[in-house]
Design a protein around this ligand. Structure first.
Ligand SMILES: Cc1ncc(C[n+]2csc(CCOP(=O)(O)OP(=O)(O)O)c2C)c(N)n1
Ligand SMILES: [Mg+2]
Length: 319
């Protein structure tokens, strides 16, 4: 049952993620303060928001290069986020990791941009939860290209064979860098192709935050109760370029019309209309909330720039 509170929380979380990434868009090229490649999730926020609210605090997410949204949705610190992107000592990984390795043990999120590499790590975490009798769930979050790596099949096989509490969550944004699905994979939907008798799989609209939350909260509950894996494919779309803050209409691998068509399906726009229509929030309240998140992100960025760089004597820490 979706309450007004859940709807508001989903909206709030998506706004937080959007404003954080819009701040990156604003300063990335102009100020050159973030010397790290950034893979933005603008347009894909509903998946992370729905997942973040569906999980318990001690569940863990294992994600790839496009990790900002999942990191913020899992409770990663916003100040630590900006400081990390600016390479400062107060960054969540001491300024060493950058945008694609956001990992925060206390929030329960780990990221690595080696394609598919976090999928077996999620399965390993799920194995340890099961062996230790912990009631936790591990989630592997990955893109449509990650299933093309052999380790995905190995991980799925092992998780099903050992009945592990792991959710495989595929963010299908239809592209791997500049290559569309049609030149890389058979035309049948991913969720049907990975289905085997012992594995439940589903495909959902990944731009509908309420639907994502409803689906994932049920699925996560099932994974936890029955200790068995589940695969969910979320259909969504990346609005900005693969890596960096710009639009990429000039690249020639997708049309401007296609991007604009997906902009009309923006998950934030969609939930905003629903909130206003069902009189849960007024337009003015929504505007105020947007401005509040803008302000919080501005302040976190300013604080990051004022923070010290890592010092030379810490160079070998974490080695
Ligand atoms: C092992 C490996 N091969 C290639 C790459 C380069 N690479 C980075 S992202 C990416 C495409 C990923 O596409 P997808 O999994 O669909 O995620 P998306 O970027 O669309 O979110 C590739 C090929 C990599 N990081 N690791
Ligand atoms: Mg993709």
């Amino acid at each position: 049952m979706i309450t007004k509170e859940i709807q508001k929380k989903l909206f709030d979380l998506m706004l937080k993620i959007r404003q954080a990434e819009e701040k990156i868009v604003e300063v990335y090229a102009k100020e050159q303060t973030m010397r790290t490649p950034t893979h933005l999730s603008i347009g894909q926020e509903a998946v992370a928001a729905g997942l973040g609210l569906a999980l318990h605090k001690n569940d863990q997410i294992f994600v790839g290069h496009r990790c900002h949204a999942a990191y913020l949705a899992k409770g990663g610190s916003l100040e630590g986020f900006f400081a990390e992107l600016c390479g400062r000592a107060s960054g969540i990984c001491g300024g060493r990791a950058g945008s694609a390795h956001l990992s925060d043990h206390s929030a329960g999120i780990y990221a690595s941009p080696i394609l598919s590499s976090m999928i077996p790590v999620a399965v390993g975490a799920a194995l340890s939860f099961k062996m230790d009798g912990k009631n936790q769930v591990a989630v592997a979050v990955f893109g449509d290209a990650a299933i093309e790596e052999g380790v995905f099949a190995e991980s799925l096989n092992f998780a099903v064979a050992k009945k592990l509490p792991v959710l495989f969550l595929c963010e299908n944004n239809l592209y791997s860098t500049y290559s569309p699905m049609s030149v890389r994979q058979p035309s049948s939907p991913i969720f049907e192709r990975v289905r085997i008798p012992e594995l439940d799989t589903r495909q959902i609209d990944g731009n509908d935050a309420v639907l994502v939350y409803e689906c994932l909260s049920r699925v996560v509950d099932k994974v936890r109760r029955e200790s068995k894996p589940y695969f969910v494919e979320c259909l969504t779309y990346r609005i900005r370029e693969h890596v960096g803050p710009l639009f990429d209409y000039d690249r020639g691998y997708r049309t401007k019309q296609e991007v604009e068509a997906w902009m009309t399906k923006c998950p934030i726009k969609k939930l905003k209309q629903e909130l206003i229509h069902s009189q849960i929030m007024t337009e003015t309240a929504i505007k105020t909330l947007e401005e509040q998140w803008q302000h919080v992100c501005d302040e976190a960025y300013k604080k990051a720039l004022a923070a010290p760089w890592p010092t030379e004597n810490t160079l070998l820490n974490y080695a």
